[in-house]
Design a protein around this ligand. Structure first.
Ligand SMILES: [Zn+2]
Length: 253
């Protein structure tokens, strides 16, 4: 396993620097494999597959950030190097297998190698979120993800998942909005039992901020027309839901 002491850029923050009503996150925005950690023995097909990242999620999150003039903190490294939506002690923070894909470069890592991944990717991501919270003083945190339409060979009918942990208030509000006939479900296709609510707990629940994770089936984000329709729906419904908490979003539809 190659290792390097050179820092890598593991996170980016977009949008305004000042106060903002909402902070957006997108942990699985990138399928980049920095030289410091190599390609983990993966072929190009795996490195561009949903196992490596959430296709379409960054485009959607950036569109929301731009429309609402709110900051977005997003990852710039594949989740197969380190999954910023997992704490360092979670086995799948550096997965040895993701759905059908074995990750050879993650097998039998030494403690030092794991610590290097944490220091290079997770620690800067958390620091960037902390800094964005300090600057924006947001009243809510929303994280944007996408999921694969077929998982372990089984098609998924759910189109949008609203995920939540102990604090259900924003998710409850979102789930009661009008989704125009789309199949929208709470804690599907994943939920807290899958370990996917780490960011919600760390960045939202712990601060007492209303929070939710929005998971969009990635075939709905494939082309610009469909992605724009999803953007408009989520923007409108999130604005309505946040309004119930007295949180106003400029530029929301
Ligand atoms: Zn994700």
């Amino acid at each position: 396993m190659r290792q390097s002491g050179a820092p890598i850029e593991a996170v980016k923050t977009l949008g305004p620097d000042g106060p903002a009503p909402v902070l957006l996150l997108c942990e699985h925005a990138s399928n980049a494999f920095p030289d410091a950690f190599g390609t983990l023995g993966l072929d190009a097909a795996t490195r561009t597959s949903h196992a490596a990242w959430d296709p379409g999620a960054l485009a959607l999150a950036a569109r929301l950030s731009s429309a609402w003039s709110v900051p977005l903190v997003h990852g710039t490294v594949s989740r197969l190097v380190y999954d910023c939506n997992r704490p360092p002690d979670a086995p799948d923070a550096i997965p040895v297998k993701s759905e059908l894909h074995e990750i050879p470069g993650n097998r039998d890592l030494t403690e030092a190698a794991r610590a290097a991944r944490v220091a290079a990717v997770y620690t800067p991501f958390v620091a960037a979120v902390d800094a964005a919270v300090a600057r924006a003083a947001p009243q809510a945190i929303v994280t944007i993800h996408s999921f694969t339409p077929v998982y372990f060979g089984k098609p998924r009918s759910v189109e949008i998942g609203i995920l939540y942990d102990r604090d259900t208030q924003l998710a409850d509000a979102l789930l009661s909005e009008d989704w125009g006939g789309r199949e929208v479900r709470g804690n599907e296709p994943y939920g807290p039992q899958d370990g996917v609510t780490h960011s919600l707990k760390l960045h939202g629940v712990a601060r007492g901020l209303p929070n939710a994770m929005i998971e969009v089936r990635n075939d709905l984000l494939d082309d610009p027309v469909s992605r724009e329709a999803v953007f408009r729906l989520i923007s409108r419904n999130l604005a309505h839901a946040l309004d119930r908490f007295g949180i106003g979003l400029e530029g929301a539809l």
